[in-house]
Design a protein around this ligand. Structure first.
Ligand SMILES: *[C@@H]1O[C@H](CO)[C@@H](O)[C@H](O)[C@H]1NC(C)=O
Ligand SMILES: *[C@@H]1O[C@H](CO)[C@@H](O)[C@H](O)[C@H]1NC(C)=O
Ligand SMILES: *[C@@H]1O[C@H](CO)[C@@H](O)[C@H](O)[C@H]1NC(C)=O
Ligand SMILES: *[C@@H]1O[C@H](CO)[C@@H](O)[C@H](O)[C@H]1NC(C)=O
Ligand SMILES: *[C@@H]1O[C@H](CO)[C@@H](O)[C@H](O)[C@H]1NC(C)=O
Length: 225
């Protein structure tokens, strides 16, 4: 409980910084924002125009142990996506997914939803939407979905989602972190192109043990129309 209270203080301190930078608005002008991708690679191709949304994803990547392969296979994910548009251009922007990860990773026994509450981001202010997996609408297996239909300014718009397909995959320099991705829209009108960058955590352990595990992660998502 003490640990939890200390963490809450750390989080609240960060939230104060967030609020100060946000000037109490729920989203900020992104017309000057541009995505930077690493040099000398062909997987991620940054648009030369501004994104419509930038958000920090906080959640889990879910795996099951495939006994045949003796490795973990991704079976799903769940994340809340917080609006980070007001951090763009501030020193906190690049570090925000890591700050969020450190809190999320160290805090046991709480759900993403509770983290959302602790961060002071209620469903209709700071939360843009959710990220999870659904059956692939045009093929087999699962596809990632970004769902803004019940949060923020897009709440109530049934088309404010993307079901996507990965078109670029750049492994992170840190093997604990999930890959940076470029995703094209297969279905939905929220965006036409999504990037997952600045990832923290989310990779399964190398040792496979029978059963399912969830691995905490954070990332920055950029949405382009
Ligand atoms: C990219 O490749 C060019 C040409 O090989 C090289 O000069 C440059 O240093 C590389 N940049 C990075 C960031 O690796
Ligand atoms: C485990 O991996 C093998 C080989 O790729 C595959 O045939 C099998 O369906 C997998 N099992 C599960 C439960 O995903
Ligand atoms: C993934 O794990 C989360 C818990 O972090 C859970 O809420 C979600 O339902 C799981 N999804 C799948 C497809 O396993
Ligand atoms: C690698 O990433 C993990 C999780 O994001 C972090 O705890 C660890 O400190 C990182 N290692 C290095 C060498 O940066
Ligand atoms: C593990 O997850 C898979 C896919 O979500 C599910 O079908 C299976 O029942 C789960 N197994 C256990 C032991 O919970």
């Amino acid at each position: 409980m003490l640990t939890f209270n200390i963490l809450a203080l750390v989080i609240l301190g960060y939230v104060d910084a967030l609020r100060a930078e946000k000037h109490h608005s729920t989203s900020c002008d992104l017309s000057g924002a541009r995505l930077n991708v690493p040099a000398n690679q062909t997987q991620l191709i940054a648009p030369t125009y501004a994104p419509s949304y930038i958000g920090i994803g906080v959640g889990t990547q879910n795996y099951t142990c495939n006994a045949t392969l003796s490795t973990y296979t991704l079976v799903g994910a769940y994340g809340e996506i917080f609006d980070s548009s007001c951090l763009y251009g501030t020193p906190s922007f690049e570090s925000a997914p890591t700050v969020a990860y450190n809190v999320w990773y160290a805090t046991t026994g709480v759900t993403v939803q509770q983290i959302v509450t602790i961060l002071g981001l209620t469903h209709n202010s700071g939360v843009l939407g959710q990220q999870y997996y659904v059956p692939n609408p045009v093929g087999t297996g699962l596809s990632p979905k970004w769902d803004f239909t019940s949060s923020g300014a897009t709440a109530g718009d049934p088309n404010a989602y993307v079901i996507g397909a990965k078109v670029g995959d750049l492994p992170s320099s840190n093997s604990s972190d999930i890959d940076d991705l470029m995703i094209e829209t297969v279905e939905g009108e929220l965006a036409s192109l999504i990037f997952r960058v600045d990832t923290n955590g989310g990779q399964p352990p190398a040792q496979c043990e029978a059963g399912n595990i969830t691995v905490k992660y954070t990332a920055q998502y950029w949405f382009f129309s």
